[in-house]
Write a protein that binds this ligand. Sequence first.
Ligand SMILES: Nc1ncnc2c1ncn2[C@@H]1O[C@H](COP(=O)(O)OP(=O)(O)OP(=O)(O)O)[C@@H](O)[C@H]1O
Ligand SMILES: [Mg+2]
Length: 328
Amino acid sequence: MDLGIDLGTATTVVSDGRRGIVFDEPSMLLLRPGGGRRARILAVGREAGELVGRAPARFAAVRPLHDGVVTDLETARLYLRAVLARAGRRAWSPTRAVIGVPADATSLEVRALLEAAEEASIRPVTALDDAVAGAVGCGLDPLERRVHLVIDIGGGSAAAVAFCYGGVLAQRTSKVGGIEMTGAVARYLREEHQLLVGELEAERVKTAPTAETDGPLVVHGRDGATGRPRLVTMQPAEVTTAVRPVVDEIVRALGGCLDDLPPQALADVLAEGVLVFGGASLVPGLPQQLETALGLPVKPAEEPLTCVAEGAARALRNRPLLAAYGRN
Ligand SMILES: Nc1ncnc2c1ncn2[C@@H]1O[C@H](COP(=O)(O)OP(=O)(O)OP(=O)(O)O)[C@@H](O)[C@H]1O
Ligand SMILES: [Mg+2]
C-alpha cells in the first residue's frame, strides 16, 4: 500500500494512492491500560469518540496526538496500527507512506513520529510539512520557480507557509485553531443568549452554517439563570461574530509571514492568491476576514479536509519533491 497520512489533532485522514480516502475519522483512541503489560486498543476513530464519557472508568479515551505531534511513542504506534487495519491493510502487505507534520515540528518530534510509523511496519516513511502536502493535494507544484503562500487552519493549530523552488521561504504558526473557535461559540451563547451549551452542541452550531443552509439555527442548552432546558434560535452570521476574536488572533500570528517575504515573492502571492485549507477554514466569514486582514486574494481549497492526506499520497511518487521538502 502507498499511503498519505494526515495525523491531525482533531482528525486522522488516510489516502491510498489508488483508492483515494480510506480513513477519515476523529483522532481518538480507546485503550485498556496494560498495568505493567502492554495496553490493548479497544476502539479507534468515530467508535472511540462515541464512547467518550460512556465507557467504564478503567478504560482510557485518549487523543493520540497533541498539537499534531507524538507525545507517547507506544500509543502512537498502537494508534497507527489500528488505523491502518481499519484502512484495509493486511498484516503482510508492505506499506510505504508520507506523513504530514506541523510546520513548527522540531526534528525530535519528527523523528519520534517516524519511529512510531516504522514500528507500525510502515517502511520507508517520510515526513512532509502539512502545508506543502496540502498544496500538492490542491494541485500546486512546490518545485515551481514561483512563490506560493498557503494557510492551514486545523483543530489545534494554524500555519502560514510560503515556499518556492524546493524550499520554505517564510512561515508562522499559531497554537489556536478550530477547537478555540468552538469555545468562542459556547462563550458567545452564554454571554449574548444566556444559554449554557456543552462542547458537542457548540461544535455542531459552529459547523452548521454552510452556503446551502443559511436559515436560523436552533440551539439546545440550559438557561443560564434557571438551569432548565431551553432552545434559542441563532442567525448564522452570529457564528461569524462569535469566532471573530479567534480568527483575529490567528491572523495576527500568521500575518508576520508576509513581512519576511521579498517584494518579488509578494508579487507572486498577489497574482496567485493565498490558498487556504484545514477544517476550521470552513467557518463562515473566514475567507473574507483573511482577505481584509492580509490585503491579498484568498482562494479556499476545494477539499479543505482531505487535501493534506491526498497530497501526501501524491508526494510519495514524486522523488524530487520528497528530496527537496521531505523531513527525516
Ligand atoms: N464546516 C465547518 N465549519 C467550521 N469548522 C469546521 C467545519 N468542519 C470542520 N471544522 C473544524 O475543523 C477542525 C478540524 O480541522 P482539521 O481536520 O483540518 O484539523 P486537524 O488537521 O485534525 O488539526 P491540526 O492540523 O491542528 O493538527 C475542527 O476544529 C472542526 O470543528
Ligand atoms: Mg491538520
